[in-house]
Design a protein around this ligand. Structure first.
Ligand code: CO
Ligand code: CO
Ligand code: CO
Length: 342
């Protein structure tokens, strides 16, 4: 069988731009202003939101990356689930999608591309959306993802900037996909790798649907900047301080052991170096700190919900099959994006 990840020149998560690089480039561009833009690029949110009229807003996002698994069908599913996730993270419903494809057609057979696209298409169908086009180029390494457009009511959007002191933080998927992707490359921890793969291929649709019945103050999904990178974006955007309970974090099986062995992707160190507002309590072990910064692919949703609704939200998520749903922290006070991990 073709080992698809061998065609990834720099490898999965480590190939992503570090948050520092990205911010440095974006800051050089003047911000465009338009009265219909409800969420633009300034708050590092999951998707952009453009108000069409009083009841409808367009929600748009794009994401693509190099293979993180060898099975092309699975890679297509994971890439699509990851792209669709940003729509769910805004409280929106996915409507249409466009394929983004780069493929080394002189090195890999056409069946591989077909399987990637079939995986993506099946995941889009599962989301109730439809692929209406796309663009492909020849490239040395395969890349796949989607541009997705969704719809939401303009007043029901979940930004990452609305968290309030007293809110609890609820996370819906277990952490460690980057570390276990590194383990897969080393042919280690097959059980954890299988669980990570299933988790990455799973849509955040059910979690978003359940949460729509609660007063969600803020939401984002956990992806390339790791748990703490996205917690930071929420904390800074909401102008609050957040405490994370490291003992409550849902972890994928064998992720802690793999981190102990040093199977930590480069992106985790990039994230760690970038985030200066994080303080760890001394007892928090090094492997757990690594997991807190581990770049996630198609990670879970992170909700900020009023404290008195948190237990009911978790119960409803678990009843709907979102087994990993956990209360992982609190918004403690107004602030400037400080994060304390105890
Ligand atoms: Co996102
Ligand atoms: Co994204
Ligand atoms: Co959001």
């Amino acid at each position: 069988m073709v080992k698809l990840t061998e065609y990834s020149q720099r490898g999965g998560c480590a190939a992503k731009l570090g948050p520092g690089d990205l911010a440095g480039v974006l800051n050089q561009l003047p911000v465009m202003h338009n009265p219909n833009v409800l969420v633009g690029i300034t708050t590092s949110d999951d998707a952009g939101v453009y108000k069409l009229n009083a009841t409808t807003a367009l929600v748009q996002t794009v994401d693509f990356f190099t293979p993180i698994v060898d099975d092309p069908y699975l890679f297509g599913q994971i890439a699509a689930a990851n792209s669709l996730s940003d729509i769910y993270a805004m409280g929106a419903t996915p409507l249409t999608a466009l394929n983004l494809v780069a493929f080394p057609n002189c090195k890999l057979p056409g069946e591989v591309l077909l399987a990637i696209l079939q995986g993506g298409q099946d995941k889009v169908a599962e989301a109730g959306a439809v692929i209406i086009g796309g663009h492909s180029i020849v490239d040395n390494e395969p890349k796949y993802g989607l541009s997705v457009t969704g719809l939401a009511h303009p007043e029901k959007i979940w930004t990452n900037a609305g968290a309030q002191p007293g809110d609890c933080l609820v996370l819906t998927k277990a952490l460690g996909t980057g570390i276990l992707t590194s383990a897969a490359r080393a042919d280690l921890f097959p059980h954890g790798v299988a669980e990570a793969t299933a988790s990455m291929a799973a849509l955040n649709a059910v979690a978003a649907k359940v949460a729509a019945g609660f007063n969600i103050n803020a939401c984002t999904d956990i992806t390339g900047f790791g748990l703490l990178g996205h917690v930071y974006e929420m904390a800074a955007g909401s102008k609050v301080s957040i405490t994370i309970d490291s003992t409550a974090l849902p972890l994928l099986p064998e992720a802690a052991e793999a981190a102990n062995m040093g199977l930590v992707p480069g992106g985790a160190y990039t994230n760690r170096n970038y985030l200066k507002t994080v303080t760890f309590a001394e007892p928090v072990k090094e492997n757990i700190r690594d997991i807190c910064f581990d770049p996630q692919t198609s990670g879970g949703l992170l909700f900020a919900v009023p404290g008195d609704q948190a237990q009911a939200l978790i119960a409803a998520l678990q009843a709907a099959g979102v087994a990993a749903a956990s209360l992982i922290g609190q918004v403690t006070a107004d602030g400037g994006g400080d994060i304390y991990v105890r």
